[in-house]
Ligand binder design. Structure first.
Ligand SMILES: Nc1ncnc2c1ncn2[C@@H]1O[C@H](COP(=O)(O)OP(=O)(O)O)[C@@H](O)[C@H]1O
Ligand SMILES: [Mg+2]
Length: 262
Protein backbone atom coordinates (compact mmCIF):
# COMPACT_ATOMS: atom_id res chain seq x y z
CA UNK A 1 0.00 0.00 0.00
CA UNK A 2 1.21 3.48 -0.89
CA UNK A 3 -0.13 6.30 1.24
CA UNK A 4 0.60 9.95 0.45
CA UNK A 5 -0.54 12.22 3.24
CA UNK A 6 -1.04 15.97 3.16
CA UNK A 7 1.44 16.63 0.36
CA UNK A 8 2.35 20.28 -0.11
CA UNK A 9 4.70 21.59 -2.79
CA UNK A 10 5.59 25.18 -3.57
CA UNK A 11 7.57 26.38 -6.58
CA UNK A 12 9.04 29.80 -6.08
CA UNK A 13 6.44 31.16 -3.71
CA UNK A 14 3.55 29.56 -5.61
CA UNK A 15 1.68 26.67 -4.00
CA UNK A 16 1.36 23.84 -6.55
CA UNK A 17 0.07 21.02 -4.33
CA UNK A 18 -2.13 22.08 -1.44
CA UNK A 19 -2.46 19.20 0.99
CA UNK A 20 -3.09 16.23 -1.30
CA UNK A 21 -3.99 12.80 0.10
CA UNK A 22 -3.72 9.74 -2.13
CA UNK A 23 -3.59 5.96 -1.74
CA UNK A 24 -2.68 3.13 -4.10
CA UNK A 25 -2.86 -0.57 -3.38
CA UNK A 26 -0.94 -3.58 -4.65
CA UNK A 27 -2.89 -5.52 -7.25
CA UNK A 28 -4.62 -2.38 -8.50
CA UNK A 29 -4.40 0.24 -11.23
CA UNK A 30 -4.83 3.63 -9.59
CA UNK A 31 -5.39 6.54 -11.96
CA UNK A 32 -4.77 10.24 -11.39
CA UNK A 33 -6.91 12.50 -13.58
CA UNK A 34 -7.64 16.22 -13.72
CA UNK A 35 -7.25 19.20 -16.02
CA UNK A 36 -3.96 20.51 -17.40
CA UNK A 37 -1.90 22.07 -14.65
CA UNK A 38 -3.93 20.56 -11.81
CA UNK A 39 -0.80 18.98 -10.30
CA UNK A 40 -0.89 15.37 -11.53
CA UNK A 41 2.74 15.24 -12.66
CA UNK A 42 3.86 17.16 -9.58
CA UNK A 43 2.12 14.63 -7.32
CA UNK A 44 3.72 11.74 -9.21
CA UNK A 45 7.14 13.38 -8.91
CA UNK A 46 6.64 13.81 -5.16
CA UNK A 47 5.81 10.12 -4.83
CA UNK A 48 8.82 9.07 -6.90
CA UNK A 49 11.22 11.34 -5.03
CA UNK A 50 11.95 13.69 -7.94
CA UNK A 51 10.57 16.70 -6.06
CA UNK A 52 10.87 17.52 -2.40
CA UNK A 53 7.62 18.01 -0.55
CA UNK A 54 6.01 18.61 2.79
CA UNK A 55 3.94 15.71 4.02
CA UNK A 56 4.61 12.00 3.95
CA UNK A 57 4.75 9.22 1.38
CA UNK A 58 4.94 5.66 2.68
CA UNK A 59 5.01 2.29 0.95
CA UNK A 60 3.96 -0.69 3.06
CA UNK A 61 4.29 1.42 6.18
CA UNK A 62 7.82 2.63 5.41
CA UNK A 63 8.53 6.30 4.74
CA UNK A 64 9.94 6.30 1.18
CA UNK A 65 12.36 9.08 2.09
CA UNK A 66 14.07 6.53 4.39
CA UNK A 67 14.35 3.74 1.78
CA UNK A 68 17.78 3.58 0.09
CA UNK A 69 17.75 4.54 -3.59
CA UNK A 70 19.02 1.17 -4.84
CA UNK A 71 16.30 -0.66 -2.89
CA UNK A 72 13.67 1.61 -4.42
CA UNK A 73 15.12 1.23 -7.93
CA UNK A 74 14.56 -2.51 -7.71
CA UNK A 75 10.94 -2.11 -6.65
CA UNK A 76 9.78 1.00 -8.45
CA UNK A 77 10.08 2.20 -12.04
CA UNK A 78 8.97 5.55 -13.42
CA UNK A 79 7.80 6.48 -16.91
CA UNK A 80 8.01 10.27 -17.17
CA UNK A 81 5.68 12.42 -19.23
CA UNK A 82 8.53 13.58 -21.45
CA UNK A 83 11.59 11.38 -21.63
CA UNK A 84 14.27 13.25 -23.52
CA UNK A 85 17.54 11.55 -24.34
CA UNK A 86 20.87 13.32 -24.47
CA UNK A 87 22.64 10.58 -26.46
CA UNK A 88 21.91 8.84 -29.77
CA UNK A 89 20.90 5.53 -28.18
CA UNK A 90 19.34 2.66 -30.03
CA UNK A 91 16.04 1.21 -28.88
CA UNK A 92 17.82 -1.76 -27.29
CA UNK A 93 20.24 0.52 -25.47
CA UNK A 94 17.35 2.54 -24.03
CA UNK A 95 15.61 -0.60 -22.79
CA UNK A 96 18.86 -1.93 -21.33
CA UNK A 97 19.00 1.15 -19.07
CA UNK A 98 16.07 -0.44 -17.21
CA UNK A 99 17.98 -3.70 -16.94
CA UNK A 100 20.87 -1.92 -15.23
CA UNK A 101 18.56 -0.22 -12.69
CA UNK A 102 16.64 -3.36 -11.69
CA UNK A 103 17.46 -6.69 -10.09
CA UNK A 104 17.62 -8.75 -13.27
CA UNK A 105 20.77 -7.24 -14.77
CA UNK A 106 22.06 -10.72 -15.59
CA UNK A 107 19.04 -11.67 -17.68
CA UNK A 108 19.99 -10.50 -21.16
CA UNK A 109 16.77 -11.95 -22.61
CA UNK A 110 14.58 -9.43 -20.80
CA UNK A 111 15.02 -6.38 -23.07
CA UNK A 112 13.95 -8.35 -26.14
CA UNK A 113 11.02 -9.91 -24.29
CA UNK A 114 9.90 -6.48 -23.10
CA UNK A 115 10.19 -5.03 -26.62
CA UNK A 116 8.08 -7.90 -27.91
CA UNK A 117 5.52 -7.27 -25.14
CA UNK A 118 5.11 -3.59 -26.16
CA UNK A 119 4.97 -4.47 -29.86
CA UNK A 120 8.45 -3.24 -30.81
CA UNK A 121 10.08 -6.49 -31.88
CA UNK A 122 12.43 -5.74 -34.75
CA UNK A 123 13.07 -2.17 -33.55
CA UNK A 124 16.13 -3.11 -31.43
CA UNK A 125 18.73 -1.49 -33.67
CA UNK A 126 16.74 1.60 -34.62
CA UNK A 127 17.81 4.95 -33.20
CA UNK A 128 15.46 6.14 -30.48
CA UNK A 129 15.42 9.66 -31.94
CA UNK A 130 14.16 8.33 -35.24
CA UNK A 131 11.06 6.71 -33.72
CA UNK A 132 7.60 8.25 -33.78
CA UNK A 133 6.31 9.73 -30.52
CA UNK A 134 4.15 6.68 -29.91
CA UNK A 135 7.02 4.28 -30.60
CA UNK A 136 9.24 6.24 -28.22
CA UNK A 137 6.53 6.00 -25.57
CA UNK A 138 6.34 2.21 -25.95
CA UNK A 139 10.13 1.94 -25.94
CA UNK A 140 10.23 3.81 -22.62
CA UNK A 141 7.51 1.51 -21.29
CA UNK A 142 9.69 -1.48 -22.20
CA UNK A 143 12.54 0.15 -20.26
CA UNK A 144 10.48 0.54 -17.07
CA UNK A 145 9.02 -2.97 -17.40
CA UNK A 146 12.52 -4.42 -17.61
CA UNK A 147 13.42 -2.54 -14.44
CA UNK A 148 10.62 -4.15 -12.38
CA UNK A 149 9.90 -7.22 -14.48
CA UNK A 150 8.38 -9.26 -11.63
CA UNK A 151 5.10 -7.71 -10.37
CA UNK A 152 5.76 -9.43 -7.04
CA UNK A 153 9.19 -10.32 -5.72
CA UNK A 154 9.74 -12.11 -2.40
CA UNK A 155 6.14 -11.36 -1.50
CA UNK A 156 6.56 -7.62 -2.06
CA UNK A 157 4.74 -5.75 -4.81
CA UNK A 158 6.63 -3.85 -7.50
CA UNK A 159 5.46 -0.40 -8.51
CA UNK A 160 5.00 1.22 -11.89
CA UNK A 161 4.51 4.99 -11.99
CA UNK A 162 3.37 6.03 -15.46
CA UNK A 163 2.78 9.66 -16.47
CA UNK A 164 0.39 9.74 -19.43
CA UNK A 165 1.73 6.53 -21.00
CA UNK A 166 -0.86 6.51 -23.79
CA UNK A 167 -0.91 10.23 -24.71
CA UNK A 168 0.88 9.69 -28.05
CA UNK A 169 -0.74 6.36 -28.95
CA UNK A 170 -3.45 5.35 -31.39
CA UNK A 171 -6.47 3.58 -29.89
CA UNK A 172 -5.14 0.09 -30.63
CA UNK A 173 -1.83 0.76 -28.90
CA UNK A 174 -3.65 2.59 -26.09
CA UNK A 175 -5.51 -0.64 -25.38
CA UNK A 176 -2.27 -2.66 -25.61
CA UNK A 177 -0.49 -0.43 -23.10
CA UNK A 178 -3.42 -0.25 -20.67
CA UNK A 179 -3.72 -4.04 -20.90
CA UNK A 180 -0.04 -4.34 -19.94
CA UNK A 181 -0.74 -2.11 -16.93
CA UNK A 182 -3.78 -4.22 -16.05
CA UNK A 183 -1.82 -7.48 -16.32
CA UNK A 184 0.94 -6.08 -14.10
CA UNK A 185 -1.66 -5.24 -11.42
CA UNK A 186 -3.54 -8.52 -11.84
CA UNK A 187 -0.25 -10.34 -11.22
CA UNK A 188 0.06 -8.51 -7.89
CA UNK A 189 2.02 -5.38 -8.80
CA UNK A 190 0.77 -1.84 -8.38
CA UNK A 191 0.31 0.72 -11.13
CA UNK A 192 -0.11 4.45 -10.53
CA UNK A 193 -0.96 6.11 -13.81
CA UNK A 194 -1.68 9.71 -14.81
CA UNK A 195 -4.40 9.67 -17.46
CA UNK A 196 -6.11 12.15 -19.73
CA UNK A 197 -8.54 9.79 -21.38
CA UNK A 198 -11.45 9.37 -18.97
CA UNK A 199 -12.99 6.49 -20.90
CA UNK A 200 -9.80 4.43 -20.78
CA UNK A 201 -9.59 5.36 -17.11
CA UNK A 202 -13.10 4.00 -16.54
CA UNK A 203 -12.20 0.79 -18.38
CA UNK A 204 -8.91 0.03 -16.68
CA UNK A 205 -8.66 1.72 -13.26
CA UNK A 206 -9.73 0.26 -9.94
CA UNK A 207 -9.46 3.60 -8.19
CA UNK A 208 -9.35 7.18 -9.50
CA UNK A 209 -8.06 10.39 -7.93
CA UNK A 210 -9.58 13.52 -9.48
CA UNK A 211 -7.47 16.67 -9.04
CA UNK A 212 -8.16 20.36 -9.58
CA UNK A 213 -5.98 23.38 -8.77
CA UNK A 214 -3.42 21.41 -6.78
CA UNK A 215 -6.03 19.70 -4.62
CA UNK A 216 -7.50 16.21 -4.49
CA UNK A 217 -11.25 16.56 -5.10
CA UNK A 218 -12.16 12.92 -4.62
CA UNK A 219 -10.63 9.44 -4.78
CA UNK A 220 -12.86 6.41 -5.18
CA UNK A 221 -13.84 3.75 -7.74
CA UNK A 222 -14.31 4.98 -11.35
CA UNK A 223 -18.12 4.85 -11.30
CA UNK A 224 -18.19 7.12 -8.25
CA UNK A 225 -15.54 9.60 -9.36
CA UNK A 226 -16.42 9.85 -13.05
CA UNK A 227 -19.85 11.38 -12.70
CA UNK A 228 -21.10 14.49 -14.48
CA UNK A 229 -21.06 16.72 -11.39
CA UNK A 230 -17.45 15.94 -10.48
CA UNK A 231 -16.20 16.18 -14.06
CA UNK A 232 -18.09 19.36 -15.01
CA UNK A 233 -16.69 21.07 -11.94
CA UNK A 234 -13.14 19.77 -12.34
CA UNK A 235 -12.83 20.38 -16.09
CA UNK A 236 -15.02 23.48 -16.18
CA UNK A 237 -17.16 22.27 -19.08
CA UNK A 238 -20.41 20.44 -19.64
CA UNK A 239 -20.07 16.68 -19.50
CA UNK A 240 -22.49 13.84 -20.01
CA UNK A 241 -21.78 10.47 -18.43
CA UNK A 242 -23.65 7.38 -19.55
CA UNK A 243 -23.34 3.65 -19.43
CA UNK A 244 -24.13 1.74 -22.58
CA UNK A 245 -27.63 0.22 -22.12
CA UNK A 246 -26.50 -3.25 -23.19
CA UNK A 247 -23.33 -3.18 -21.09
CA UNK A 248 -23.18 -5.69 -18.28
CA UNK A 249 -20.10 -4.14 -16.72
CA UNK A 250 -21.68 -0.68 -16.30
CA UNK A 251 -18.47 1.12 -17.25
CA UNK A 252 -19.31 4.82 -17.53
CA UNK A 253 -18.43 6.68 -20.68
CA UNK A 254 -17.81 10.37 -20.72
CA UNK A 255 -18.79 12.83 -23.44
CA UNK A 256 -17.85 16.51 -23.31
CA UNK A 257 -20.73 18.72 -24.41
CA UNK A 258 -20.77 22.14 -26.02
CA UNK A 259 -22.55 24.72 -23.87
CA UNK A 260 -25.44 24.83 -26.36
CA UNK A 261 -26.05 21.09 -25.85
CA UNK A 262 -26.75 21.41 -22.16
N1 LIG B 1 9.21 23.79 -12.42
C1 LIG B 1 8.10 24.50 -12.25
N2 LIG B 1 8.13 25.80 -11.85
C2 LIG B 1 7.00 26.52 -11.65
N3 LIG B 1 5.76 26.03 -11.83
C3 LIG B 1 5.67 24.75 -12.22
C4 LIG B 1 6.81 23.92 -12.45
N4 LIG B 1 6.39 22.70 -12.84
C5 LIG B 1 5.04 22.76 -12.85
N5 LIG B 1 4.61 23.99 -12.49
C6 LIG B 1 3.21 24.42 -12.42
O1 LIG B 1 2.56 23.57 -11.50
C7 LIG B 1 1.24 23.32 -11.92
C8 LIG B 1 1.00 21.82 -11.98
O2 LIG B 1 1.82 21.27 -12.99
P1 LIG B 1 1.76 19.73 -13.36
O3 LIG B 1 1.86 18.94 -12.11
O4 LIG B 1 2.78 19.48 -14.41
O5 LIG B 1 0.29 19.61 -13.96
P2 LIG B 1 -0.44 18.41 -14.73
O6 LIG B 1 0.51 17.26 -14.79
O7 LIG B 1 -1.65 18.11 -13.91
O8 LIG B 1 -0.81 18.95 -16.08
C9 LIG B 1 1.07 24.00 -13.27
O9 LIG B 1 0.40 25.24 -13.05
C10 LIG B 1 2.49 24.23 -13.72
O10 LIG B 1 2.57 25.38 -14.53
MG1 LIG C 1 1.42 16.30 -16.38
Amino acid sequence: MLIATNIHIEMGKTPILKGVNFTAAAGQVTAIVGPNGSGKTTLLKAMTGELSYEGQVSIDGQDVAQIPAQVLAARRAVLSQSAGLAFPFTVLEVVRLGLLAGLDAADETLPNRALDYVGLSGFEGRFYHALSGGEQQRCQLARVLVQVWEPIRDGTASWLFLDEPVSALDIGHQLDVMTIARQFADAGGSVVVVMHDLNLTAMFADSVLLMKDGKALVQDDPATVLNADHLSYAYNCNVRVNTAPQATDKIPFVLPQMASQK
